[in-house]
Design a protein around this ligand. Sequence first.
Ligand code: PLP
Length: 388
Amino acid sequence: EFQQANILQNLPKQFFADLVAKVNSQIAAGVDVINLGQGNPDQPTPQFIIDAMNKAIINPENHKYSSFRGASELKEAIANFYQREYGVKLDPEQEVCILGGSKIGLVELPLAILNPGDTLLLPNPGYPDYLSSIALANLKLELLPLLKSNNFLPDYTQLDEQVIQDAKLLYLNYPNNPTGAIATADFYQKTVTFAKENKIGVVQDFAYGAIGFAEQPPRSFLQTPGAKDVGLEFNTLSKSYNMAGWRIGFAVGNADMIEALNLIQDHLFVSVFPAIQQAATEALNSNQKTVKELVNLYKVRRDAFYRAARKIGWEPYIGGGSFYAWMPVPKGYTSQQFADTLLAKAGVAVAPGTGFGSGGEGFVRVGLLIDEPRYTEACERIARLNLF
Ligand code: PLP
């Protein structure tokens, strides 16, 4: 009976739905699929966080409407976390926004600070959900190419002059989904300079901020001098504490951007369930031992996968963070054809690089979200196809 609004027609197709459907049809056909295509953390939430939730949920105070903009205790815990982990000072009331997961904020921010027709620069390849704001806020999309030759960091000197003039806001995401690349201090400094010179706002998505494999942990964008003048950073408890289903994230940084984000939230939401905010407070205030254990687990899996892949002549791009491996496609295949072939002929699901934009051509994304022995088995099955 009812038509969908025009903006819904313009929303990008959810490509993961397509992948899940293909995987499910193989499973229904009796194939023992090794699913390396998805990005859903497989480990449970640490017990101390569940304990905090159990305690909070029986307090009737937590059953009421709570402060629109989230609990002060959580905002303070976020500020303390940034001070402790990154040496970044934040004003908990002016520079922190609590969100029901970071995705909502990543999509909403352009609605809160841009106007229809404004230009948004998005990484290519990049996390597909950033595209949603293009349709919802009626923006002009320009792509920020991420090339392997530059370690999947954008090179601002290569951008078209008109694009630079038009751009109002740009998105970054390090450690990167899908490539696993990490940003350097020097790159972030260049970003702040570029943003100031050209009056472009910066959004850095730090969803995988805790998941880095080098001795030095991944840098926060806010560690860069001047970063707070030009932008903000989104963060989430989804990955670092295996709380993806709980829906709790936040944004930190530029006070004007935070206020705009808070304002749009005021009109659309009442804050996250207070018991979840209390559990999140415990998580951020903890000694981060569970995070270190989790990173070690991903490192063991990553090393196992890299070893198995190299054994069959499949050389990975070495990123440095996130729980994905970014793997080249053999000659003669597009990334979609290669992903389809692996699923149909080897029962191994991977995400085609082009699911993250045209810049993902030539690669597939492998999620390190299943137990270790399966990586060897996946590579053995792939070896039988004689593609490398
Ligand atoms: N940003 C990136 C790059 C992601 O990969 C994801 C989740 O997969 C998110 C943001 C969303 O995280 P959240 O659970 O906080 O909405």
